[in-house]
Design a protein around this ligand. Structure first.
Ligand code: FA5
Length: 350
């Protein structure tokens, strides 16, 4: 058989093999076999050295043509196989959009602490207060100094503190919002009435009623002739709104460097009803907020004349409110992210 005939034969056999192949790996083997360096075409071309010189280029270009035809046939086959693979996949993965959905989609709920905070916000908005938020990373100046707690004053020990540097700290209470809003307020437009909810941080040892991170809601009213009676009336409205008329409350004299006089408000313990238990540390009462008349130094520190203006302020612990309202025995439950706990409060939203 001549070299040319040999090449023709290789081509027709090759085309038949390509046409017959149905799988990727078979086609790959054919490609390597036909077009590879050790394949029969390369092999056959070695015989070219025995041909007359003028025949060699003709056979060379004939061989290249055959190689191109075979390569094209392989590429076409490759495309055919790819299409078949995709079609097969599409057939297998058909989605029946008419099937009913699975009932596992859970609808979330607002966290109970945010529910309480929102509820208190609504109450105070109704009483004409503005709601203001402030920074959690606070300046020492606002957290302590403007609140009448100078550097090295022993009253700083009342709130163990996470410092970031000498001048910055995680705020220990929402009271710095008092100074921040007083500084900005324009009294020609009327009284200052605001509440400011947010997270606060203390290096407290966590126990059933203490967490190192918890929420507070600051309240502040500054105007002419604000008295202790205004404070008492406001706090009674707040406590009755959240807990209902039945719960007993008491005002207890206390001390805060930024109020004078100062009070703390306690509510009868939810667990024992007032007889004394582990949760209320056997007192029958749980403290829920601190309050008082704004200290004249605090007014002065924010550029307000205490001879003309007076005010009251309070700091509520909504975590404690939620514990008392819903009988939650451990404050850490609010922060442990256990969905079973959180789900119990579905639908409490106002
Ligand atoms: C204060 O933080 C004052 N800034 C409150 C205040 C504001 C007084 C304005 C006067 C005028 P006290 O440290 O007592 O005060 O905290 C206030 C409330 O926050 C407490 O009554 C309690 O409800 C809550 N609280 C305090 N420490 C914790 C804690 N570690 N975990 C959870 N709640 C806490």
């Amino acid at each position: 058989m001549s070299l040319k005939e040999n090449l023709e034969k290789l081509k027709s056999e090759g085309l038949k093999d390509i046409a017959d192949s149905k799988e990727q790996h078979v086609l790959n083997d054919i490609r390597v076999k036909l077009l590879g360096k050790k394949g029969p075409i390369t092999d056959t071309l070695r015989g070219m050295k025995d041909l007359p010189a003028e025949e060699r280029p003709k056979i060379g270009s004939f061989a290249n043509k055959i190689k191109e035809e075979l390569a094209q046939a392989i590429a076409d086959k490759q495309e055919e196989i790819n299409k078949a693979i995709i079609n097969e996949k599409l057939k297998k993965e058909t989605i029946d959009v008419t099937l009913p959905s699975r009932k596992s989609n859970k609808i979330g709920t607002q966290h109970i602490l945010n529910q309480i905070i929102d509820d208190i916000e609504e109450l105070f908005i109704g009483l004409g207060y503005q709601v203001i938020s402030g920074p959690e990373v606070e300046e020492d100046k606002y957290n302590f100094e403007k609140m009448n707690i100078p550097k090295n004053h022993p009253a700083r020990d009342m709130q163990d503190t996470f410092y970031i540097n000498d001048e910055l700290l995680m705020r220990t209470h929402t009271s710095p919002q008092q100074a921040r809003t007083m500084e900005k307020h324009d009294f020609s437009k009327g009284a200052l009435k605001m509440i400011s909810p947010g997270k606060v941080y203390r290096r407290d040892t966590d126990d059933a009623t203490h967490s190192h991170q918890f929420n507070q809601i600051e309240g502040l009213v500054v105007d002419k002739n604000v008295t202790m009676a205004d404070l008492k009336g406001t706090l009674e409205v707040l406590v009755r709104h959240v807990f209902g008329e039945e719960r007993k409350i008491r005002f207890r004299p206390s001390y805060f460097p930024f109020t004078e006089p100062s009070v703390e408000v306690d509510i009868t313990c939810f667990a024992c009803g007032g007889s004394g238990c582990r949760i209320c540390k056997f007192t029958g009462w749980i403290e829920v907020l601190g309050a008082g008349l704004v200290h004249p130094n605090v007014l002065k520190n924010s550029g307000i004349d205490p001879d003309i203006y007076s005010g009251f302020a309070f700091g509520v612990g909504p975590d404690r409110f939620a514990m008392l309202k819903y009988g939650v025995e451990d404050i850490r439950n609010f922060y442990s992210n256990d969905v079973r706990f959180i789900e119990q409060f579905k639908g409490e939203e106002a």
